[in-house]
Design a protein around this ligand. Structure first.
Ligand SMILES: Nc1ncnc2c1ncn2[C@@H]1O[C@H](COP(=O)(O)OP(=O)(O)O)[C@@H](O)[C@H]1O
Ligand SMILES: [Mg+2]
Length: 342
């Protein structure tokens, strides 16, 4: 779904400070891939992400999104395709605005109906509140507080939510987009999505009936269970959303204390899984790079030097990663000495 072809990028070309940031990078992401990226300082990780998001243009090469060349799409338009979180908690949220204003702004982006108005719909406030609650940072009690007063961890978690929350279209919209944006015969697509949605609704109705007629459950238990199956239903609907953003995380927990960082990472993982988001996460923490995602990429000197997936990724250890790091730095030194003729 996302493909980088022969991407090259030099900074300050032709000067004494010329830097090759990316040296012919090729990378193909599958829908739903969660890739962690590690590599030393200056390896080209952030440059890679900036090129994907369109904030930097490559010198040569192509970025393809669903087989379409997006290198020339404006950054503003491209913002709809990507949700980004940076290292600095000050970036990504508006400090002078309240938590709910920030969320509403993000939520409305890229959708026809804007929620950015003085009063909020009750269901939206409820939705924001329940999402904030899952962050477990007490933000659900700070809806009307200015974001500038929050801690770094709270702001980062909020940014994460904002990067992903806007894509919450109605089932009707999901169906429409599916037919509109998927490749293939429109009639066939329509039939396909109708059938899939009917099946989801049937399953939901069957579970609902079962819960409602279960006499051994208390009223409260029933309510909880009903809410649970509604969540499953909505997440099933969302799995057909073809307008989901690709999530780009650039060391988004690096500025947080370890405990908060872990919390934000767990939230990241949950959001990614729930929405089946295609994700790239840069991290300097090898443990996190191993723990999260289904694929790991190591970068060195502007190149992808290792790409570990599936079972091999599951079997990775910090020792193995360190070994690879050392081997690569040795190769780099060999390459350097070849250049300098020592
Ligand atoms: N805007 C820029 N101007 C000049 N050099 C840059 C710029 N951005 C990055 N670089 C250089 O490109 C290389 C790759 O940087 P970067 O992608 O930020 O690495 P990483 O994120 O892996 O630490 C580094 O040598 C860095 O100094
Ligand atoms: Mg970086």
């Amino acid at each position: 779904m996302l493909e980088l072809r022969n991407i090259k990028k030099k900074f300050n070309p032709g000067t004494a400070s010329e830097t090759i940031a990316l040296d012919n990078v090729n990378l193909t992401l599958k829908e739903g891939d969660f890739i962690t990226v590690i590599g030393g300082n200056g390896a080209g990780k952030s440059t890679l992400m900036n090129i994907i998001a369109g904030s930097i243009k490559p010198d040569s090469g192509m970025v393809l999104l669903d087989d379409e060349d997006v290198s020339l799409v404006s950054e503003h338009k491209k913002a709809q395709y990507f949700g980004r979180v940076f290292q600095d908690p000050m970036v990504g949220t508006a400090a002078d605005m309240t938590v709910i204003e920030n969320l509403a702004l993000a939520f409305g982006r890229g959708q026809r109906r804007s929620l950015f108005k003085w009063s909020y719909r009750k269901e939206d406030v409820e939705y924001f509140t329940s999402e904030l609650k899952t962050l477990d940072l007490g933000l659900e009690n700070k809806l009307y507080q200015k974001v500038g007063l929050l801690s770094g961890g709270q702001r980062q978690a909020l940014t994460l939510l904002m990067a992903t929350i806007r894509h919450h279209p109605s089932p009707r919209q999901i169906k429409k987009d599916y037919v509109r944006f998927s490749a293939g015969d429109k009639n066939f697509l329509k039939e396909e999505i109708d059938q899939a949605f009917n099946k989801i609704i049937e399953e939901y109705n069957a579970s609902k009936k079962e819960i409602e007629s279960n006499t051994s459950l208390s009223k409260e238990e029933k309510k909880l269970k009903l809410k649970e199956i509604k969540g499953v239903r909505d997440s099933s609907f969302r799995s057909y959303d073809v307008t989901k953003p690709v999530l780009l995380l650039d060391e988004h927990t690096a500025a947080l204390d370890p405990k908060t960082a872990e919390k934000v990472l767990e939230t990241t993982d949950r959001i990614v899984k729930e929405n089946q988001l295609t994700t790239i996460m840069i991290t300097h923490n090898m443990k996190d790079a191993i723990k999260y995602g289904n694929r790991l990429i190591m970068m060195s000197k502007g190149r992808v030097v290792a790409d570990i997936k599936g079972e091999e990724k599951q079997k990775l250890t910090i020792e193995k990663l360190l070994d690879m790091f050392v081997t690569n730095s040795k190769n780099d030194m060999l390459a350097d000495s070849a250049i300098f003729g020592d």
